[in-house]
Design a protein around this ligand. Structure first.
Ligand code: G3P
Ligand code: MG
Length: 254
């Protein structure tokens, strides 16, 4: 059950100030005052869940090629920070275990986005839940989300009590039926395509709307005005300041 959400969720940690989906990015989000972070999880060749966004290593590491070409040990040799700034050269692609350990230490809520390499929907969801479940404290906020319906179905079947967010990129005609089928607790939508009407239609299903990715305070205000409950932002500290909120630790009722 999704009872409260923060207004701002740190996207891939705090992607504007640190290399996305690294432990440094999680620390940065916490230091900026974020209450929740969103991270992306994918599988290595040896089926270990790690935090990475792209299907390939090229953009965010010193490696090349598809993520599932490497075992965890090989992946851990790569530098996942220098592309962003040389001072992050020691960052590695984190395991989900390590990321969850740090998120717990930092006292953050988590939106884990299950981001399978194409064709690995079910395996990724299963492996991620297997790692996360024994580590996650029952009283700590957790939202599982995915663009991939089979991932949400796995989450629904294996860990039904944890809320699921249905991520929508291009709105399918049957989005409402899919949301019902996977038992979505929230609709996590692309902010760029939202209007007052689209947000109202989503809200009419009784679900909170979370919008990604919002780095502009004016846009955030507009979305909140339309009834969006929370936004994913690369810059939780900056946006909180620009929104003149005392801190991003403020909680909005769903
Ligand atoms: O979960 C919100 C957002 O992260 C979805 O898009 O591509 O940034 O993972 P993406
Ligand atoms: Mg994501």
């Amino acid at each position: 059950m999704l009872s409260t959400l923060p207004r701002l969720i740190g996207h891939r940690g705090a992607k504007e100030s640190a290399p996305e989906n690294t432990l440094a990015s999680l620390r940065e989000a916490a230091s900026q005052g974020a209450r929740w972070v969103e991270v992306d999880v994918m599988l290595t060749r040896d089926l270990r869940p790690v935090l990475i966004h792209d299907d390939t290593l090229d953009r965010t590491t010193t490696g090349r090629g598809p993520v599932p070409l490497l075992d965890l040990d090989q992946l851990r040799q790569l530098d996942a920070g220098s592309w962003f700034d040389p001072r992050f050269a020691d960052e590695r692609v984190p395991t989900l275990e390590a990321a969850v350990g740090l998120i717990r230490e930092l006292g953050l809520g988590l939106n884990l986005e299950i981001k399978p390499y194409p064709g690995q929907d079910v395996a990724t969801a299963r492996a991620a839940l297997e790692v996360l479940r024994p580590l996650w404290p029952a009283d700590r906020p957790l939202l599982l989300s995915s663009f991939e319906v089979p991932c949400l179905e796995v989450a629904r079947d294996l860990w039904p009590e944890i809320p699921r967010g249905y991520l929508i990129w291009e709105e399918p005609a049957d989005w409402a039926a899919i949301a019902d089928r996977v038992g979505a607790a929230s609709l996590n939508v692309n902010q760029e395509w939202q209007t007052a009407e689209s947000v109202a239609a989503y809200r009419a299903t009784g679900r909170p709307v979370l919008a990604y990715t919002v780095n502009d305070a004016e846009r955030a205000r507009t979305l909140f005005g339309w009834g969006v409950t929370a936004v994913f932002t690369d810059a939780p500290g900056r946006l909180a300041a620009e929104l003149a909120e005392p801190s991003v630790r403020g909680c909005g009722k769903v």
